[in-house]
Design a protein around this ligand. Structure first.
Ligand code: FMN
Length: 291
C-alpha cells in the first residue's frame, strides 16, 4: 500500500441562496477532520457555486482533454490533483442537482479510477434517490462509488440550521472516509498513466520506463526480494542491495540511468546503467521472484 498523502475533494453541490449544503459540508469536514489527520488525508472543501462553471460550453468532447476555457482548466487541475471525492448533495426532484451533473460532464480522464463517496440529505428519502441517480452516471466516468454512505433526513438531523449531534451519523461519516482512503490506495495502480509510445514489456500490459527518485519505495522492495536468493546461495548478507534504505535508493536513482519494467503499478524488474568516460557500468538487474 502506498504511503503518499491522499487528497480528498469535499464537493458541496447546492448553490441556492440560504442552501443547507454548506452547513452539511461544514459538519462533515469537522466530523471527519481528526480521522483525516490520523489517516494522512488532506481534505479540500470546494463549493461548486464558487467555480463559476457555466453549463458545459467546451467545443471538444471532454475525453480529448482539450479545454479552451479557463474555468474548465481550473476545474480540471483541481480534479486531477485529487485522489478521491466526497460529494455533499441534496436531492432535487428525485435526482442529483444539475450543478453536480454539469460539473461531472465537464471532464473525462481526471475522474478515472478514483473513489467517490456521497453524503446526501433530503426529506423522506434523505437524498438517497439523488445518490442512486449519481451512481449510474459516475461509473461511466470510471469513478468508483463507495458502498458506505451518509444520508441525513433533514427533519431528524437538522435543527435551527445545524446538524444535530448524533453518534450514528458521526460513525457513518468516518466510515465513508475510511473506505474512501482504502479504495484510493487500492486504485492508485489503475491510475498510473501509460504514456503512448512507451516501449512495451515482454508480458501483455507491461511497459518499461525510466525510474525516478519517487520510485525509491518500489525499488527498495524489489531489491530486497531479488537479492535474498543470492544471499542464501552464497551464505552471506554482505550484499549492498539488501541493506540500502529507501533514502539511499532515492539518492542513486537521481544519478544512475535506471529502467523499470511495470505492470498495473507493480515494478516487475529493473536494471541500472551509468557512463564513466568511455565505459558503461551495468548492474542491479533484478526480476520479482514469482516471475
Ligand atoms: C428544486 C428542489 C427540488 C427538491 N426535490 C426534492 C426531492 O425530490 N426529494 C426530497 O427529499 N427533497 C427535495 N427538495 C427539498 C430539499 O431536500 C431541501 O430543500 C434541501 O434543503 C435542499 O438542499 P439545499 O438547501 O442544499 O439546496 C427539493 C428542493 C428543491 C429546491
Amino acid at each position: 500500500m502506498s504511503t503518499k498523502t491522499v487528497r480528498v475533494l469535499v464537493v458541496i453541490c447546492s448553490t441556492r441562496p440560504g442552501a443547507l449544503g454548506p452547513t452539511v459540508g461544514k459538519w462533515l469536514t469537522e466530523t471527519i477532520g481528526p480521522r483525516a489527520v490520523d489517516l494522512g488525508v488532506e481534505l479540500a472543501p470546494i463549493a461548486l457555486g464558487d467555480l463559476d462553471l457555466p453549463f458545459l460550453d467546451e467545443e471538444e468532447h471532454p475525453s480529448s482533454g482539450v479545454y479552451r476555457h479557463e474555468h474548465t482548466q481550473r476545474w480540471s487541475a483541481m480534479v486531477d490533483a485529487a485522489d478521491g471525492f466526497i460529494v455533499v448533495t441534496p436531492e432535487y426532484n428525485y435526482g442529483m442537482p444539475a450543478t453536480l451533473k454539469n460539473a461531472l460532464d465537464y471532464l473525462g480522464r481526471e475522474w478515472a479510477w478514483k473513489p467517490i463517496g456521497f453524503v446526501s440529505y433530503g426529506n423522506t428519502s434523505a437524498g438517497t434517490r439523488s445518490v442512486q441517480h449519481a451512481k449510474q452516471v459516475v461509473t461511466t466516468l470510471r469513478l468508483v462509488p463507495l458502498g458506505s454512505t451518509v444520508a441525513l433526513r433533514i427533519s431528524d438531523a437538522v435543527k435551527e440550521g445545524r446538524v444535530r449531534p448524533d453518534a450514528a451519523l458521526v460513525g457513518a461519516a468516518v466510515g465513508v472516509l475510511d473506505e474512501l482512503v482504502r479504495l484510493a490506495h487500492a486504485l492508485r495502480p489503475m491510475r498510473e498513466r501509460v504514456r503512448p509510445g512507451l516501449p512495451p514489456g515482454p508480458l501483455p500490459g507491461s511497459y518499461t520506463r525510466r525510474l525516478v527518485p519517487d520510485d525509491a519505495p518500489e525499488v527498495t522492495v524489489l531489491q530486497r526480494c531479488c537479492w535474498l536468493d543470492e544471499a542464501l546461495v552464497n551464505d552471506t548478507l554482505a550484499i549492498p542491495a539488501l541493506h540500502e534504505s529507501p533514502e539511499q535508493v532515492r539518492e542513486w536513482l537521481a544519478t544512475w540511468h535506471a529502467t523499470g519494467l511495470w505492470r498495473d503499478g507493480r515494478l516487475l524488474g529493473m536494471v541500472r546503467a551509468r557512463r564513466t568516460d568511455t565505459d558503461w557500468h551495468v548492474g542491479r538487474l533484478g526480476v520479482v521472484p514469482d516471475l
